[in-house]
Write a protein that binds this ligand. Structure first.
Ligand SMILES: [Zn+2]
Length: 204
């Protein structure tokens, strides 16, 4: 008997994302990220790129993360970037596979428990110059609307539009232009403690 699409999805909840990672379909991943993040911004685009590239280097097994803490992501910033990682890698706050280290760096390490090496992907320090070339209006609007809080409604709308434009332009660039990947020996925390609460650790 052939499974219906819904039944298939129920058995393989990450099937579409795995397909998108394998196809390097970054636009699809970026759209998925915006579903939880709420807007498009170069930071989430970089998180998507870092995940697709990093998981590709970690190997096929990493993409089949089932949220049971086999694949771990250690993220070094709590910004848009982190949501690209949660969506694409499936390592989230809720399944304990996401570790947040408050270092303020646009970087993430992917690792599989039991394996000695993982992959750390960081954003190149000069990534802004790439965005400036792609969408020159983006940073002046960011300064006015977000930093100086001086933008009117028109500028706010323009900022959102340019943020979206920049996000979709960034994912068209080669990974190497924006990111650096290196093999690392990551330090992972122990498994999260098991508690009695329902699904706090999948136990019940
Ligand atoms: Zn954002």
């Amino acid at each position: 008997m052939e499974l219906s699409e819904m039944e298939f999805q129920k058995r393989n909840p990450r099937i579409e994302i795995i397909q998108a990672i394998n196809d390097k379909n970054l636009a699809w991943c970026l759209n998925k990220t915006a579903e939880i993040h709420g807007h498009f911004y170069p930071g989430s685009a970089l998180g998507v790129m870092a995940s697709v590239w990093g998981l590709g280097q970690l190997g096929n097994g990493s993409m089949h993360s089932d949220g049971m803490e086999n694949l771990m992501a250690v993220v070094e910033i709590n910004a848009c970037f982190a949501d690209g990682i949660q969506v694409v890698s499936g390592c989230t706050l809720g399944n304990n596979a996401l570790v947040y280290r408050d270092l303020g760096r646009l970087a993430v390490t992917f690792a599989i428990r039991g394996k000695e090496t993982g992959v750390r992907v960081r954003v190149r320090p000069d990534f802004r110059s790439c965005i400036v070339k792609l969408v020159p209006e983006f940073y002046p609007l960011l300064k006015k609307v977000i930093m100086d809080r001086e933008g009117g409604l028109e500028e706010e709308t323009a900022f959102k539009e340019k943020g979206r434009e920049a996000a979709f332009a960034v994912i068209e660039r080669p990974f190497e232009e924006l990111l650096i990947a290196e093999e690392v020996s990551p330090e992972l925390p122990e498994y999260a403690p098991i508690t009695e609460s329902v699904c706090a650790r999948h136990g019940t």
